[in-house]
Design a binder for this molecule. Structure first.
Ligand code: GLN
Length: 482
């Protein structure tokens, strides 16, 4: 659906044609109508949104003109928002209301957005279709076909961003592909920045060495604006780079003439869905007409080892992170009387975690146990370094690496039900490589196959976000003319 851009809405508010409160009411009304069917939100923060919007209107009268003025902001459930129940999609965090917001959320609010609510996701981010939701949560549905998945794990963010007819931007999070996958399936823009470009302060951790918060939006220019607003050093997160960034939006529409993109041959072979391949190669031809040079490249090592390495790194990290959910510090609690700590702890975790969380905790705990650590977790870290080097070699020859974001369009729920856990893990085969290496990437809709969106993905070298913005906006142009 088309909507007024963030910039156009901002101008209307500044000229007095509309107000933040009006926008907020319209968005809340739209959510109350659509959420019954699509379940993109697991929590709507109506009261907080209206309070924030009214405050903004008062500030506008005093001359405030923030860059996101009047835009609704939806936030993946794993990112903390002050005063709004935040559960990372899990029953184990029921009732947890953070005392402060994530740095990125604070920054977006300071520029004039208001928080609409928390978006649906796979529990703690463990999944590729947003079907691994926590106990008592609803599965979000694809805006193009409610019988199909939104993708995961930032499914609610991608789904609503694509569905809404109003001005809205969203924060998603990617550990191993959770921004690009749902963006591809829902036809929105998903931007995963370089690891460390955006602060992780206030993010409920999945795997600390992999997690990245990133913008999701209808257009590349809106994603660039949200990136601009939310990036920059943060002394609350020691892994956040001490680098002043900016000017991202100015790269929208910048020509790519003379630049070289590397088409990853390992990802566009015979096993790629025919319809997805057609959309992908039509877009490549468009880029070539626009003066972009193309070159075939290989990521063969990544194709073979990225998924196993990713699961041997992400699950041990997740299993340490999730140890804190013991029914005493946050969220779910129970009756302690007459029980040993072990009994109590087991009871809370048995009731509070879904099936996939339990599977990953077992896998992760095993892979980092003394006696196995060297063989699994530490070896996977060494493999990760090699996989990263494979990319760095490519970036000596090409400016950007390209392939479809996903090998297929959003599957139906009955197709997903038939998948084994390992088949489920392999859905992210194109996305895990860039995520393991901490490389920034963008997924932009390039067209449709069987009525479902197909995402075109670019990966750049570390901190080369600007190239992704120019390239992404060119794909937007190409898709318009397709
Ligand atoms: N699908 C991957 C996983 O299940 C990636 C999820 C993510 O990026 N949060 O771990």
């Amino acid at each position: 659906m088309k909507a007024l851009s963030v910039q156009a809405l901002r101008e209307k508010i500044l000229s007095g044609e509309t107000t933040c409160e009006e926008q907020c009411h319209s968005l809340l009304e739209e959510i109350s109508k659509t959420n019954k069917k699509f379940h993109h939100f697991c929590m709507v923060s109506e009261k907080v949104a209206l309070e924030q919007a009214r405050e903004l209107d008062k500030k506008v009268k005093k001359g405030f003109h923030g860059k996101l003025l009047g835009a609704g902001l939806s936030v993946k459930d794993s990112i903390c928002v002050e005063g709004v129940e935040t559960r990372a999609g899990s029953k184990v965090l029921s009732g947890y209301v953070p005392p402060s917001s994530a740095t990125v959320v604070e920054r977006a609010l300071a520029e004039g957005a208001f928080v609409l609510g928390k978006t649906s996701q796979d529990e703690f981010g463990f999944g590729s279709y947003s079907v691994n939701v926590g106990v008592g949560f609803e599965v979000p549905r694809n805006p193009f076909d409610e019988g199909r998945a939104c993708g995961g794990s930032s499914g609610g963010s991608a789904g609503f961003t694509s569905l809404t007819k109003l001005t809205q931007v969203s924060f998603g999070e990617s550990t191993g592909g959770s921004i690009a996958c749902p963006a591809s399936f829902c036809g929105s823009v998903g931007f995963t920045p370089t690891y460390g470009l955006l602060s992780r302060h206030g993010l409920i951790d999945y795997g600390n060495s992999l997690d990245k918060i990133g913008p999701m939006a209808k257009t590349v220019s809106e994603a660039a604006r949200l990136l601009e607003v939310s990036s920059g050093p943060d002394n609350k997160d020691s892994t956040c780079v001490d680098k002043k960034t900016g000017g991202f939006e100015s790269f929208v529409g910048k020509s790519l003439k003379g630049k070289t993109i590397g088409i990853v041959k390992d990802f566009v072979g015979n096993d790629l869905d025919f319809g997805v391949a057609k959309v992908f190669f039509d877009m490549v031809s468009f880029l070539e007409k626009e003066g972009v040079k193309t070159k075939e490249v290989s990521l063969s090592m990544n194709k073979k080892f990225a998924i196993p390495a990713y699961y041997l790194i992400s699950t041990p990290e997740a299993s340490t992170n999730l140890a804190r959910y013991c029914g005493m510090r946050y969220g779910l609690s129970g009756d302690f009387a007459g029980k040993s700590f072990d009994e109590y702890f087991s009871e809370i975790r048995s009731n509070g975690f879904g099936l996939e969380v339990k599977r990953r905790l077992m896998l992760g705990t095993f892979a980092r146990m003394s006696g196995f650590r060297d063989a699994y977790y530490l070896r996977a870290l060494k493999v990760r370094r090699k996989l990263m080097l494979e990319f760095l070699e490519l970036f000596k020859q090409v400016d950007l690496v390209v392939h479809p974001a996903m090998p297929f369009v959003a599957p139906t729920f009955s197709e997903i039900e038939k998948l084994t856990p390992v088949q489920h893990y392999f859905a992210d085969i194109f996305l895990t490589p860039s995520n393991l290496g901490g490389f920034p990437h963008i997924s932009v809709n390039a067209g449709f196959h069987k009525g479902m969106p197909v995402g075109f993905m670019f990966t750049a070298n570390h901190f080369q976000e600007s190239g992704l913005i120019s390239a992404g906006s060119l794909v937007e142009e190409g898709a318009k003319n397709a």
